[in-house]
Design a protein around this ligand. Sequence first.
Ligand code: PBG
Length: 332
Amino acid sequence: MKPTLAPFPASRLRRTRQSAALRSLVSQNSLSPSDFIWPIFVMEGQDDETPIASMPGVTRKTVDRAVIAAKEAHALGIPAICIFPYTGMEARTEDCALAWSPENISNKAIRAIKDAVPDIAIMTDIALDPYNFNGHDGFVENGQIVNDRTVEALVKMALAQANAGADILGPSDMMDGRIGAIRSALESHNHQNVTILSYSAKYASAFYGPFRDAVGASSALTGDKKTYQMDPANSDEALRLIARDLSEGADMVMVKPGMPYLDICRQVKDNFGVPTFAYQVSGEYAMLQAAAQNGWLDGDAVMMESLMCFKRAGCDGVLTYFAPAAAKLLNG
Ligand code: PBG
């Protein structure tokens, strides 16, 4: 149903914009700390944090510091955090075995946070890139990223994370068939209630650069990820990927990156009506922070505007490095 507009002057669209009271009355979308998933980088060590140069305000944290961050997030009303491991070259191997070790830094962090902050939901990342010596999300054989052998490893990784206590698994690898394989392994290993938030429409984007610095992947990565991540020129394919992942047992889906892909978010929500998330990625965060630090943009204002746009585009929530800062502002 299209609204019918009376001709001017019967219709003056500025009427409902004239005061803060009227603007708030007619506003269609709202932002709350409960819309955020906060990505956190964890590293080995004790009582330590290291800044990430290309992500001002973001640090890699030892597990004890990540626990403090999780407590802070919970107190701010942020419902979920997402854990990403930092791994040096020495931890990376050809067989990526650390990926499914219960003792890897990610699984240690999951257990520690579950123990200290049982009410916050813990999301993970499923992909081999932090453990692979070549920085790829899958095994490389003769220069090719092989699919099915990678999926077997991702299933082991998923089970190790579920055993550690993860609530939301985040397969970010873009291999075919991984959602179905992970879902059936969860069912047969007594993890019926573990949810999957699939990185369904993940593009081969240059906006991931600062993240790769944060997790130690920048120097490791050989080549690009274009044979598994999507071409930024495509949108129909995103809808096929979402449909496929839902049919294999994903509970929630993600579009990534965020702000340059809001058209995809809207199409996903309109076509499927499922819990839809966007990842406001490291490069988006870096752009806004850099401009704010130079005094070129109002940092708080662009942060809030960028986050609200995800809601307007149909997202139910956003993974964002701004989560604690935005939650603080929202909480007054
Ligand atoms: C790795 C992964 C990436 C991000 C999340 N998981 C990088 C990549 O695919 O190379 C990017 C997140 C960000 O840029 O903030 N599987």
